[in-house]
Each structure stands twice: as structure tokens, then as C-alpha cells.
Design a protein around this ligand. Structure first.
Ligand SMILES: Nc1ncnc2c1ncn2[C@@H]1O[C@H](COP(=O)(O)OP(=O)(O)OP(=O)(O)O)[C@@H](O)[C@H]1O
Ligand SMILES: [Mg+2]
Length: 389
């Protein structure tokens, strides 16, 4: 069992302790030749266990090595501004220590006696406020007397708003300040999509320029074995040899296996000799069901939304929404002849906004668009919806 952490409720999961320790060491390691003190970016597809790993294994491993961990999930409240969510997490951490609150209050010229009364509120900490994130994190660092690791889950959301971008820049300034004159700050970002995460670090005007971006390893055979050992109440045990290829086919998503096992438990006529065959069948059904659910949303789109989505999915990284070439493709995709039709930039803009509202399209604040979920692009391609685009 991993060390208990306030971030994890202790539910039954397969722990990845060795991986967590290795990553934690790398993140905290100070080396003159490494850029990881700039931060670390971990990418893995949707529903493959990033959040579970970060909360249940990675955060405790960092704490064991003496770091103070602040965890922020930018998807916890989809309506909240990601910049505000980051600020709120830092305020919450500040509030835990009277020493830090006192220090921050003093920096505002408020004397100790008044702290806790109306004179000082943590609302005064934030972007463009009396106490900057740099000052706040520096005070936290002096209190912790050890490194602080800020983990930002679904970090790509940070660059979808101006406040989010501002927060990332403040964190960069805080990182430089804490690494130079206090006890160090590491920023670890996770996300479901490599290209989007890369935008946080790929250009010189981005806050975490040059920070390493790694593909977070999917759950391995160890997980499959754990799954088989813990899937009890069946007439016969499942074997890892049978389940491993199914798990890969399911895109390494534990929920697909879990749902198939749940159905199997309720199959009261099941004979021991049939367990594995039936389980394979159910996994295939779950995969098909997950795909159908994705396609159902796709089929509910208006013709222009569908055209815009398919052109975006086909173009990938090179998508330029309003170029004349792209406009031709929308026409083609909506079944019109190239050159005809009433498609305008305004229509496209509207369709993109609607797609964003439906959670299908992601938009960085500087106007770069991407698919929210890449598995939908893959599915549309496999189903032939992207042909000729
Ligand atoms: N190590 C594990 N052991 C058992 N189950 C796991 C493990 N990791 C993930 N799961 C299960 O897989 C599902 C997805 O996990 P999680 O939410 O951590 O993935 P994610 O990659 O963060 O997803 P999202 O892309 O939605 O943020 C959850 O139901 C979780 O319980
Ligand atoms: Mg997650």
C-alpha cells in the first residue's frame, strides 16, 4: 500500500510505486545540465489513469522525499477560469499555515495583532493583487523549508483563457525566484494530449519553454494481473494471457475491463469453461459501445458543425480555420461543390463556438483550435468520415 495522502481516498487500485518514486526523484533532482527544474509535462490519452496515478502514487512519493505538494485539477470545475483555480489552490495552501499567513500579512504592513480579523483576507493574494503568486509561494517555501511541487492536472486548460496564461507566467516567475533564493519550486503538468501540452512549452513566449514532455506509460501487465486477481465472484478466474491483449485493444482503459467484468458477474448461467470467451465478447461490446457513444454526439451535429469538426480532425496540428483552402474543405465536407454555398467565416466561427460548447473542440486563448479528444479523430478516420479531407 502506498502512503496515505489527503489527495487519495484509499479506494482499491493498483499502485505504481516504483514508477512514482522514479518520477519523483527526477522531478526533485537538481542538475546543472537538466531542464527539468523548468517543470515536467506528462501526456497520456483520456481515461488511462493519469489522475489516479498522480493522486494515489506520485503525490505521496514526492511527499516521502520531503516535498510539499499542491494539486490543482483544471477540469474539476469546467466553468471556473483555470487561472482562478490555480490561484485558489495556492490560497488554500497558504491558509493551512499561520506562519505563512502572518508573513504575507506583514509584507502588506499589517501587524500580527490584526491577522485573522477583517484586516487581512487571502483574497488579497492573486494575479494583479496586493500579494503576487511569487510572494505567496516564496512565503510557502520558507515555511516548508523544502521543495514545493505544484501539480496541474489537465494543464492544457490553462492556456484557454488570458487569466490562465497570466497564472502560468506568474508560476514561471515564482519558479525562478524559488529555485534561486528559496527552497525550489517544480511545476508538473499533465494532460490528455501531447500537442496541446506542447503549446505550454514549445515557444519562447510560453512560460515553460524547453521543459521535458514525456509520454506517461500506460498501465502495464502488472495492472492486468492485479485486475485478474481482484476480479473474483466468477465461476473461473480470468488469466492475464487472455486479458492483456484485450486491455491493449481497449486503449489501456481500466473502465472497459471493469464494465465487462461487472456484466459477467451478473451472468448467472455462466459455466466455468465459458468465462474467458464471454469476457472477450463483453470487452469487444464495451469498446463498440464507447465508440457508439462518441459517434452519437457526432451525428447530432448540424451539417456545418459536422463539416468543421471533420476538417479539423483531418487537419490536426496544421488546422487554419479561416484560410480559403480550409473554407473550400468545409464546403466539400458539407457536400457542396468547392466554390459554391453560403459558407462564411462568421458561420465557421459560430460552428467552432458550438463545438467548443459541446466539449468537442478545444481553443487556446490565442485562437489555436484542436480536437478536445483525439480518440474521436481516430474513430472518424477509421469510420471513413475524413476521406478526401
Ligand atoms: N492504477 C489503477 N488501478 C485501478 N484502476 C485504475 C487505475 N488507474 C485508473 N484506474 C481507473 O481508470 C479510470 C480512469 O482513471 P483516471 O480518472 O485516473 O484517468 P485519467 O487519465 O485521469 O482520465 P481523464 O482523461 O478523464 O482525466 C477510473 O475509473 C480509475 O478508477
Ligand atoms: Mg484525469
Amino acid at each position: 500500500m502506498a502512503a496515505t495522502s489527503p489527495l487519495f481516498d484509499g479506494g482499491q487500485i493498483f499502485h505504481r510505486k516504483a514508477l512514482a518514486e522514479r518520477l519523483a526523484r527526477q522531478v526533485l533532482h537538481v542538475s546543472p545540465t537538466s531542464a527539468s527544474s523548468s517543470g515536467l509535462f506528462l501526456a497520456a490519452p483520456r481515461r488511462t489513469g493519469k489522475t489516479t496515478f498522480v493522486r494515489a502514487d506520485f503525490a505521496p512519493a514526492l511527499e516521502t522525499l520531503g516535498a510539499r505538494v499542491i494539486y490543482v485539477d483544471l477540469w474539476a470545475d469546467r466553468k471556473a477560469d483555470p487561472g482562478e483555480v490555480i490561484v485558489a489552490a495556492i490560497r488554500t495552501e497558504l491558509a493551512k499555515s499561520e506562519f505563512v499567513v502572518t508573513k504575507v500579512a506583514k509584507s502588506l504592513g499589517i501587524t500580527g495583532a490584526k491577522i485573522g480579523s477583517v484586516d487581512f483576507s487571502l483574497d488579497r493574494v492573486g494575479l494583479g493583487k496586493d500579494v503576487s503568486l511569487v510572494q505567496a509561494l516564496a512565503a510557502l517555501s520558507d515555511d516548508a523549508k523544502g521543495p514545493i511541487v505544484l501539480i496541474i492536472d489537465e494543464a492544457q486548460q490553462a492556456i484557454t483563457t488570458q487569466t490562465g496564461n497570466d497564472a502560468m507566467f506568474s508560476l514561471k516567475a515564482a519558479r525562478d525566484e524559488l529555485n534561486a533564493a528559496h527552497f525550489g519550486l517544480r511545476v508538473v503538468c499533465t494532460g490528455s494530449n501531447r500537442d496541446k501540452l506542447a503549446m505550454l512549452r514549445s515557444s519562447k513566449d510560453q512560460a515553460f519553454f524547453g521543459a521535458p514532455l514525456i509520454d506517461f506509460p500506460p498501465l502495464d501487465e502488472g495492472y492486468v494481473k492485479w485486475f485478474c486477481d481482484n476480479t473474483t465472484e466468477l465461476p473461473a478466474k480470468l488469466s492475464p494471457e487472455v486479458v492483456t491483449p484485450l486491455f491493449r485493444e481497449a486503449g489501456n482503459r481500466p473502465e472497459i475491463l471493469g464494465a465487462a467484468a461487472d456484466q459477467l458477474r451478473f451472468d448467472l448461467a455462466l459455466e466455468p469453461g465459458d468465462v474467458e470467451r464471454r469476457f472477450s465478447q463483453l470487452v469487444e461490446e464495451q469498446i463498440a459501445q464507447a465508440n457508439d457513444d462518441l459517434l452519437e454526439v457526432f451525428h447530432s451535429l448540424t451539417p456545418i458543425q459536422s463539416a468543421v469538426l471533420r476538417v479539423l480532425a483531418a487537419a490536426g496540428k496544421g488546422y487554419a480555420p479561416f484560410e480559403s483552402r480550409t473554407m473550400e474543405k468545409y464546403r466539400l465536407a458539407s457536400g457542396g461543390e468547392p466554390g459554391d454555398g453560403e459558407l462564411s467565416s462568421a458561420n465557421v466561427q459560430q460552428a467552432l463556438a458550438a463545438l467548443q460548447e459541446k466539449g468537442l473542440v478545444w481553443r487556446a486563448s490565442r485562437g489555436v483550435y484542436a480536437m478536445e479528444d483525439h480518440s474521436l479523430s481516430d474513430l472518424l478516420r477509421r469510420e471513413g468520415y475524413l476521406e478526401g479531407l
